[in-house]
Design a protein around this ligand. Structure first.
Ligand code: ADP
Ligand code: ZN
Length: 623
């Protein structure tokens, strides 16, 4: 190394600037957010942005994306602008940051012009740390002009997959975000998403001009989520069994395909004594809002919803996500189930589906009015989802492979690992079913075909002369439910097609022939009732040995949260309360070392929680 005349004391080298940035970022992590160390890629992402570079961040839900832009926004000069599509959630995000002493605000259509003006002024005067903006608002000439006059630390484009036309949350305004690169070339941009497939990734890079940005791609596994997909029983009975055994008092989400089913299911659950609420796009928006608030702010609420609910919901203690219908793609399934267990505690992704789902979904696709190419893409996505549902091997391995991660071992935490399904050689059954479709002229639905196979004569059947076809009564070795399972699997595997233009009558496909000719075997899943597992307590409580203290801490949290008008987890997460209950800190200093206790929360709430702990200990020693 050659000697230079410059010494670090006269001019700071890029290296020392980096070291300083690192130290500042860590300081914010420790004191503002109360966390000890960065997770995985977080440190590298934060440094990249603080140094003024762009970045693309792909991380699963719960991975910790928010800190990746919040910390650089706090360390760099100026205001960090967060673009987010869901305005309903901005209030909570901003509340949570304010609880931590961060000066955050949002601009969206819910504000009065006076409120907007106040926020705009604090942006221009440089007081704001973080500003959330809806994309359509950001793109208005007025807001762009405003931002030009402000000092900006970065742009964070959250839910960046909304840029993708192929994705499931396409938002046209997102594509116009390309102008950020042109209008604000000096301001670093970070795009963040939990959706990973290559096509979406490419579209984000292209649209947001991130060609030169480093990519930070985290592993997509969510090991604390247990995947279960069941097709036995009626949906409701199966759901009830699942809730009773696994989640007698937990908060969770139940997804249904139609609005009608949402309302019926919510009512039915409420009738069974559960605190269940409905949510779908057809409801009055004020009621929707109230339901969402209750779900976020009260404990143990079940939200029964269409997929209109959930994007951006960052409630950490959702213990289960149940699907009463098949989602339309693996991407949707992964995103929706990903809303469970963000706090890292055990959570369930449970799904029930049946023959009717397969038929109904392809019908919806056919009638969607989408262009042919798009329909084909969606049909392929649905087929992949069906493949996952009918899978006999580890679900997690298949999910991760779908997102491009190879080489994982069987997980031991999905239904197929825990109760390996029984398969059987369904070739003969398939032949009987397919030839029954053929013999009756490809003009009938499943119920009718099963009657023919079982030899159940009825008026309609006799009138059609189908009591005389060769397949009449040739299927008595299986029962009605088993035949439904056979038909479902044949549809799912593409050996049959339900024609939506012909009342969903079943028709043969190109793929049916080799089976009918005996050239191909068909392996099938045998319907099995999933075993009941032992009842467990709510996942967080299960970690606490002193349940009396745990309940006392929770009560304290509820009280403080309702005083502040925020959800309980905004005061402290379960994780933080668990650590308090286990370590029982007795001074503010000890309390400050508990994960999730930053400086602002320590001074705001510290004494209250210490009092609860001290009283508890006093009672224990002097009963
Ligand atoms: P995402 O947006 O990726 O779904 P979040 O940013 O909401 O995830 O983070 C998920 C949870 O993990 C939050 O409760 C957050 O406070 C917590 N978290 C994030 N980073 C850390 C960290 N470095 N240490 C401890 N907890 C963290
Ligand atoms: Zn598995």
């Amino acid at each position: 190394m050659t000697d230079t005349t410059l010494t670090p004391t006269t001019v700071s080298s890029p290296d020392s600037a980096k070291a300083r940035h690192r130290a500042e970022a860590l300081d914010v992590l420790n004191h503002t957010f109360g966390y000890e160390a960065f997770r995985a890629d977080q440190a590298a992402i934060v440094e990249t942005l603080i140094d003024g570079n762009n970045a693309l961040v792909l991380m699963p839900t719960g991975g910790g994306k928010s800190l990746c832009y919040q910390i650089p926004a706090l360390v760099r000069q100026g205001t960090g602008v967060v673009v987010s599509p869901l305005i309903a959630l901005m209030q909570d995000q901003v509340d949570a940051l304010r609880q931590q002493g961060v000066n955050a605000a949002f601009l969206n259509s819910t504000l009065s012009s006076e409120e907007s003006r106040t926020i705009e002024n604090s942006l221009l005067s440089g007081e704001l740390d973080i500003l959330y903006v809806a994309p359509e608002r950001l793109l208005s000439d007025y807001t762009l002009g405003l931002l030009q006059r402000a000092r900006l630390s970065l742009f964070a484009i959250d839910e960046a997959h909304c840029v993708s036309q192929w994705g499931h949350d396409f938002r046209p305004e997102y594509q116009s975000l390309s102008l950020l690169a042109e209008e604000f070339p000096q301001v670093p941009r970070v795009a963040l998403t939990a959706t990973a497939d290559q096509r979406t990734r490419d579209e984000i890079i292209h649209n947001l001009r991130l060609e030169d940005a480093p990519h930070f791609i985290a592993g997509f596994d969510r090991p604390n989520i247990r995947y279960t997909i069941s097709e036995s029983k009626q949906g409701r009975d199966a759901l009830w069994d699942f809730l009773e055994t696994e989640h007698p008092a937990d908060a969770g989400i139940v997804y249904c395909l139609s609005r009608k089913k949402v309302e019926e299911t919510a009512k039915w659950l409420a009738g069974k004594g559960r605190h269940a609420l409905a949510y779908h796009a057809g409801m009055d928006s004020s009621i929707r809002q109230i339901h969402q608030q209750q779900f976020l702010r009260q404990e143990g609420v079940i939200m029964v919803a269409t997929v209109a609910f959930g994007m951006g919901i960052d409630k950490p203690d959702v213990r289960f996500v149940a699907h009463l219908n098949l989602p339309r793609s693996v991407e949707s399934y992964y995103q929706e189930t990903g809303r469970a267990g963000r706090d890292g505690y055990a959570a369930n992704a449970w799904m029930h589906y049946g023959l009717q789902d397969v038929i109904q979904l392809s019908q919806m696709l056919q009638q969607s009015g989408a262009e042919d190419l798009q329909k084909r893409v969606e049909q392929q996505k649905l087929q992949a989802m069906l493949g996952l549902a009918e899978l006999c091997t580890c679900r997690r391995v298949a999910l991760l492979e779908y997102f491009g991660e190879q080489g994982h071992a069987a997980c031991g935490n999905c239904d197929n690992c825990l109760d390996p399904p029984v398969t059987w050689d369904g070739t003969v059954a398939a032949q009987k079913a397919l030839s029954c479709v053929y013999r009756t002229g490809q003009r009938f639905g499943v119920g009718y075909l099963i009657d023919v196979l079982l030899g159940n004569s009825n008026d309609r059947l006799v009138k059609m002369g189908h009591h005389k076809v060769s397949t009449f009564g040739i299927g008595t070795e299986l029962g009605n439910a088993e035949w439904r399972s056979v038909f479902r699997q044949l549809l799912a595997m593409g050996y049959l097609y339900a024609d939506p233009d012909q009342y969903n009558t079943l028709q043969l496909t190109e793929m049916s022939r080799p089976i009918l000719r005996g050239e191909q075997q068909v392996e099938m899943r045998r319907p099995v009732a999933t075993k009941r597992r032992s009842t467990k307590k709510s996942a967080a409580a299960a970690d606490v040995s002193d349940t009396v203290l745990w309940e006392a801490l929770r009560a304290c949290r509820s009280m403080l949260a309702s005083d502040a008008g925020v959800p309980p987890y905004v005061v402290f997460h379960d994780r933080t309360l668990v650590e308090m209950a286990e370590r029982q800190p007795q001074t503010l200093e000890e309390l400050s070392t508990v994960g999730g206790v930053g400086d602002t929360k320590l001074s705001r709430y510290g004494e209250e929680f210490l009092t609860v702990i001290r009283e508890h200990l006093a009672h224990r020693t002097h009963p």
